[in-house]
Design a protein around this ligand. Structure first.
Ligand code: 13P
Length: 248
């Protein structure tokens, strides 16, 4: 397995034109063979993105999925549909879904399991609010979010995907966690995994998200416990995304 991941989460941004331009830039760029480069466009553009990147060495994923295989769930998308469109990865439990859609740890765990069942590689997003951090609860919150998925799919299941630590106070705020502060939480995530299986603690990939940009990426990625990044705003332009890929 490749060690580092640089993933772009476009959230609800983009257009067919933006996808075409971005893919063109990716096809021209030299991408490191040691690195998983992933992009999560809106699901509406997933198929087009897959076709657009071609064999540029970029994998494409969805930002969310429904835990059921199919059924009467208007507006939802299943893991098998994502795979059918050429998606290989999927985000689960992004903080914007936890807060805007009220997704619980149990639902996130069910989604993570459904993704594995369809052969997708899920990324479990975890992170605390500023209030939780100030109250000294960050460790308990994040460990609990990881533990819920370990209980549902086992620690081997978690290891088939990856974990993204995204402190909510750092998302879209321009306020990045200090590299040592992020690394400490990554260490905690590994300890939580290690309590279930010590051998897997070191091999699970744990990436950081929250205001990563071309200027701060190298310092974050130089921490041994930080295996790459999940990039929001700075992934929308190919130039800044590729600069972060280069930093990894
Ligand atoms: P920003 O990089 O815009 O802070 O977003 C981070 C994020 O939420 C990625 O999933």
């Amino acid at each position: 397995m490749r060690r580092s991941i640089v993933a772009g989460n476009w959230k609800m941004h983009g257009s067919r034109e933006a996808v075409a331009d971005f893919c063109k830039a990716l096809r021209r760029a030299p991408l490191g063979a040691e690195l998983d480069v992933l992009v999560f466009p809106p699901v509406a553009y997933l198929g087009e993105f897959v076709a657009g990147v071609g064999d540029a060495g970029v994998a494409v994923g969805a930002q969310d999925l429904h835990p059921a295989a199919q059924g009467a769930h208007t507006g939802e998308v299943s893991a098998a549909m994502i795979a059918d469109l050429g998606g290989r990865w999927v985000l689960t439990g992004h903080s914007e879904r936890r807060s805007e859609q009220g997704e619980s740890d149990a639902l996130v765990a069910a989604k993570f399991g459904a993704a594995l069942g369809a052969g997708l590689r899920p990324i479990l997003c975890v992170g605390e609010t500023l209030a939780q951090r100030r109250a000294g609860e960050a460790e308990a919150v994040v460990a609990g979010q990881v533990q819920a998925v370990i209980e549902a799919v086992g620690v081997d299941g978690v290891a088939q995907g990856a974990v993204a630590y995204e402190p909510i106070w750092a998302i879209g705020t321009g306020e990045t966690a200090a590299p040592d502060e992020a690394a400490a939480m990554h260490g905690l995530i590994r300890e939580t995994i290690g309590a279930a299986d010590a051998a897997l603690a070191g091999s699970v990939r744990v990436i950081y998200g929250g205001s990563v940009n071309p200027h701060n990426a190298a310092a974050l990625f130089s921490e041994p416990d930080i295996d790459g990044g999940l990039i929001g705003g700075a992934s929308l332009q190919a130039e800044s995304f590729l600069a972060i890929v280069a930093a990894a």
